[in-house]
Design a protein around this ligand. Structure first.
Ligand SMILES: O=C(O)CCC(=O)C(=O)O
Length: 495
């Protein structure tokens, strides 16, 4: 079994930049890393985390002491965790097993006390720790990663609505993308780009990781001629015949120390090795800066799903519906799910923008925040405008959209009155407050039910943001209406 980390087979041309997160401003992070989509390691952001105190032996954090693993198994006895067997491959990932937290910890402690280097290398991945143990606040998300539309949305909405994949529905409804990873020295993650082409951030509570990154401009080099399969392990002997361009790849490398947080930009393929026994916290997320990456992936995956069944088009009653169902099953969401998602974020941004532009009606007032809401709306508009030309939203197919999806994006007043939308708006207000005013000054959110308005930042008792929005568009029947709504909002002189 090859337990080496980064066998040095690939050509490394640079190191990932390291920056002191404690002195970096949000604007600098956006300008230097998030907007240009560049990786960075941030230091100085985890000193107050409970996880860093409670989960590790402070004197030597080259991995958790058996005593601390025991503490984790006792305190967080999850009945079912996902564990990757790092020594066996299943398609493009490692084979996944399910076990209890107790079984996982017993295996880890047993292996290290026997000095067993031949048993399976088990790596606990994708543990939904925050969802499972919400009362135990293990860490706070640094402000740089707080503009997280994916997790904000999943806290109050299902990502896929149709009941066609009903068996998975509960799982999908409850999912979030906030994880804990735990693995002994030698565990690793094969080469991949992140789900939905999201960003990720990953913080080492203890231990160290070796990361190898490939810029998106070279992604094509890790695929075979048919663009079907990609390289699994960059430390294997990679067949030149199968992957003719792999030898041309140039990588960035990074050894991430304990207490450091790495920002993984959209679409960068990466492979990761635990150099010590390691516990890390990891979120996937997207927002206005990488929304176009998510749309591009959905569009590419849609084309693949459609090509695959093109020869049965003529015998299908609802060919587009079938393509969208397959897309949701393969990628995790389809065009309609994504449209519901961006419609809600557009509305939440318009509500906030309305209030911020009328300072008397809000507790918030800042040019930076205004610019951010405008940027978000422009980014949603850009994607919605691309969606207008897709088959999924032509007149015929719009009539076939399920009632569940139709009602999730059509009636603006109904959406604005939903409890789930209210929760999303509150989460968004809090996130921008955290980013621009700092946590300690966090706004006292008002109870919007006490007054007519939806915004948690509104201070006016007879605010009419609903009337304001519906004066532009009352119903949204597809992306073209969303574009009109955003254009009207941004050009409205009254704002
Ligand atoms: O830590 C790991 O093993 C993998 C993490 C990862 O791939 C990510 O954060 O995107």
């Amino acid at each position: 079994m090859d337990r080496t980390a980064g066998g040095g087979r690939v050509k490394v041309v640079g190191q990932v930049e390291r920056v002191d997160g404690a002195t970096l401003s949000y604007g600098e992070f956006v300008d230097r890393f998030m907007r240009p989509n560049r990786p960075v390691v941030l230091t100085g952001l985890t000193s107050s985390w409970r996880a860093c105190r409670d989960w590790t032996l402070a004197a030597d954090r080259r991995g958790p002491h058996p005593e601390y693993l025991e503490f984790l198994a006792r305190s967080f006895p999850s009945p079912l965790v996902q564990v990757a067997d790092c020594s066996s491959r299943e398609f493009s990932d490692q084979k996944r097993l399910e076990m209890t937290m107790r079984e996982f910890v017993d295996h880890w402690v047993g292996n290290s006390s026997n000095g067993d280097s031949e048993g399976p290398l088990l790596y606990l991945k994708d543990w939904h720790f925050v969802k499972e143990y919400p009362a135990y606040v293990a860490y706070t998300t640094p402000k740089f990663f707080a503009d997280d539309w994916l997790n904000m949305y999943l806290d109050s909405h299902p990502i896929h609505r149709d009941s066609d994949i009903a068996n998975h529905k509960n799982e999908i409804n409850c999912a979030d993308y906030r994880f804990v990873y735990m693995g002994s020295k030698g565990t690793w993650t094969p080469l991949h780009a992140d789900v939905f082409r999201s960003y990720s951030w990953s913080a080492n509570v203890c231990g160290r990781k070796l990361w190898l990154f490939l810029p998106p401009s070279q992604s094509h080099c890790i695929f075979d001629r048919n663009l079907r399969s990609s390289v699994y392990n960059i430390n294997d002997e990679v067949s030149e015949k199968q992957f003719p361009e792999f030898n041309n790849t140039e990588w960035l490398e990074c050894t991430q120390e304990q207490d450091e947080i790495i920002f993984v930009p959209s679409g960068w393929y990466h492979q990761v090795h635990n150099l010590d026994d390691t516990i890390s916290i990891n979120h996937n997320w997207f927002n206005g800066y990488n929304l176009h990456w998510v749309w591009n992936l959905l569009h590419e995956d849609y084309k693949v799903a459609k090509d695959y069944i093109e020869d049965i088009r003529d015998i299908c009653d609802d060919f587009e519906g079938l393509c969208q169902r397959n897309l949701a099953a393969n990628t995790g969401m389809n065009f309609y799910d994504f449209f519901v998602f961006i419609t809600r974020f557009a509305l939440a941004n318009i509500v906030e923008l309305y209030h911020i532009q009328k300072p008397k009606e809000t507790a918030l007032n800042s040019t930076e925040t205004t610019n951010h809401f405008v940027y978000n709306l422009m980014s949603i508009r850009n994607v919605a405008s691309k969606m207008t030309s897709t088959e999924a939203f032509n007149t015929e197919n719009i009539c076939n959209i399920s009632e569940e999806n139709q009602s999730a994006f059509s009636d603006i007043i109904k959406i604005l009155e939903e409890e789930s939308f209210r929760r999303l708006s509150v989460a968004m207000s809090k996130a921008y407050d955290h980013i621009y005013r700092g946590q300690r000054n966090c706004l006292k959110m008002r109870d919007s039910n006490q007054k007519g308005c939806l915004s948690m930042t509104c201070v006016k008792s007879d605010c009419d943001v609903v009337g304001h929005i519906t004066s532009f568009v009352r119903e949204i029947h597809g992306p073209a209406d969303l574009v009109i709504l955003i254009d009207s909002t941004l050009s409205d002189g009254k704002l």
